[in-house]
Design a protein around this ligand. Structure first.
Ligand code: ADP
Length: 179
């Protein structure tokens, strides 16, 4: 599934983000940037030790922010590490922090000349964000940027399971209210 905006498009894909043929892959990291499970573990495993080496000197990352490293052995030239919020009850600023992950990741990507990038479903794993809300925030935030800014031309969401894929599909096809 795909949707066009003024300056680029969003593409939904199922599968493993480490295989994405894009300039930059986004990692749903934890604030230490020193490795974890889920998509983080998969990216470090597929990309090799060069990524962790680059992360060690970054001094961690705040929730809602993003930092860039080499893509190591991945096809992608860069990995952009962002730290999503842990979902508690939706009243702790989770939505704004999640939107910030997408905005900051795209801003850092743009600074590095990235034209195509891939996001996982940030916070939708162990951080517990409901997929329908997270999908709505993700596609609206990215869509707004692709509507307003020249630079990044293609954003893929590479989604690992059918439930999350379905939620993002619904969000991309509808005019979402993210609450
Ligand atoms: P978070 O801590 O931000 O919740 P997780 O890594 O636990 O991060 O999960 C984020 C999402 O990434 C989940 O939907 C999970 O199913 C998905 N995921 C796990 N491995 C991969 C992978 N190799 N490629 C793409 N998505 C993945």
């Amino acid at each position: 599934m795909e949707r066009r905006f003024a300056h680029g498009r969003i593409v939904l894909a199922k599968g493993d983000i480490t295989l994405a043929r894009v300039d930059a892959v986004v990692n749903a990291a934890n604030s230490s940037l020193l490795g974890g499970g889920g998509v983080d573990g998969a990216i470090h495993q597929a990309g090799g030790p060069g990524i962790l080496e680059a992360c060690r000197v970054l001094g961690g990352c705040e929730t809602g922010d993003a930092k860039i490293t080499t893509g190591g052995d991945l096809y992608a030239r860069y990995v952009i590490h962002t730290v999503g919020p842990v979902f508690k009850d939706g009243t702790q600023g989770e939505a704004e922090l999640l939107a910030s992950c997408y905005r900051r990741s795209m801003a850092v990507a743009r600074e590095h000349g990235v034209v195509s990038m891939a996001f996982p479903a940030i916070s939708c794993g162990v951080f517990g964000y409901p997929a329908d809300l997270a999908g709505c925030i993700a596609v609206n935030t990215v869509g707004d940027i692709l509507e307003a800014e020249v630079g990044i031309e293609q954003v893929q969401f590479v989604l690992f399971n059918d439930t999350v894929y379905g939620a993002f599909e619904e969000a991309l096809s509808g005019a979402g209210d993210c609450t």
